[in-house]
Design a protein around this ligand. Structure first.
Ligand SMILES: C[S@@+](CC[C@H](N)C(=O)[O-])C[C@H]1O[C@@H](n2cnc3c(N)ncnc32)[C@H](O)[C@@H]1O
Length: 233
């Protein structure tokens, strides 16, 4: 007998966007685990803070924010080993995941390390694209339109080609890539259709046309574009 690993989506910030299932599992947890910046806060923990039971054991996985993959991989190795010890002792572990666990979610790195040895249950969460389009009041895609999900760190040529080929795009991980993305969208004549969404669903949420976006975009921001190829009216 071993414990069960739960990868639980929390939604992108507002605790009220957590599912009932996520809330139930977290409220009853004896052990939770979550990623955090080295020496810093965990966004996932902050979303779940109000439903963490008194005395819950917390396994903090400190993940360095660097471009190279190895330091983060080593952190997940260490985190997975700590979680495995708890599971082997027949106790469940609830992993707190911002948004949806398997949509660019760090839970996938723990899942990959532990799913072959232990029972794993993934509880989906509201993802940041849906919550950003809701905040902007912007339909993402209509009828047969194609949505491309892109990442800010992509190089200019690939980003431009993928935007040109799509009907709509969601660009994640904007942060320090904002100026580059703005240039790409400007060159494609899409500036007027681009919406910038920052910290969607949180009290600090900001939704503005991309042309009015701040130069210092935070990591938790995204850009949505729909070309309007298939009018909704
Ligand atoms: C590592 S991904 C995690 C995605 C998450 N698992 C999900 O389901 O949305 C981080 C990126 O998600 C986006 N993101 C997450 N939360 C957000 C929020 N509240 N507002 C805007 N963008 C958000 C940002 O683009 C950020 O760079």
């Amino acid at each position: 007998m071993s414990g069960v690993l739960y990868g639980v989506g929390l939604g992108p910030g507002d605790p009220e966007l957590m599912t009932l299932k996520a809330h139930r599992l977290i409220s009853a947890a004896a052990v939770v685990a979550y990623p955090a910046l080295v020496g810093g806060e965990s966004f996932a923990r902050s979303i779940a803070a109000d439903c963490l039971p008194d005395g819950v054991r917390e396994i903090v996985i400190e993940v360095p924010m660097v471009v190279e993959r190895e330091p983060a991989q080593a952190a997940y190795d260490k985190g997975a080993a700590a979680i495995a010890k708890v599971l082997e002792a027949d106790q469940d572990v609830v992993v707190l995941c911002e948004g949806d666990p398997l949509f660019y979610g760090s839970y996938m790195y723990l899942h990959a390390r532990l799913a072959g040895r232990f029972d794993c249950v993934v509880v989906p969460g509201v993802n940041s694209i849906n919550v950003s389009s809701a905040a902007a009041g912007l339909p993402l895609v209509a009828r047969n339109e194609v949505l491309s999900v892109l990442a800010g760190p992509m190089n200019v040529a690939e980003m431009a080609a993928r935007i040109a080929a799509a009907d709509a795009v969601a660009i994640m991980k904007v942060g320090r890539h904002l100026a580059k993305i703005r240039d790409v969208l400007g060159d494609l004549g899409l500036m007027e259709r681009a919406i910038y969404v920052e910290r969607a669903s949180l009290p600090e949420q900001r939704v503005v046309p991309l042309m009015n976006a701040p130069d210092d975009a935070p990591y938790f921001s995204m850009i949505l574009v729909n070309k309007g190829a298939d009018p909704w009216l």
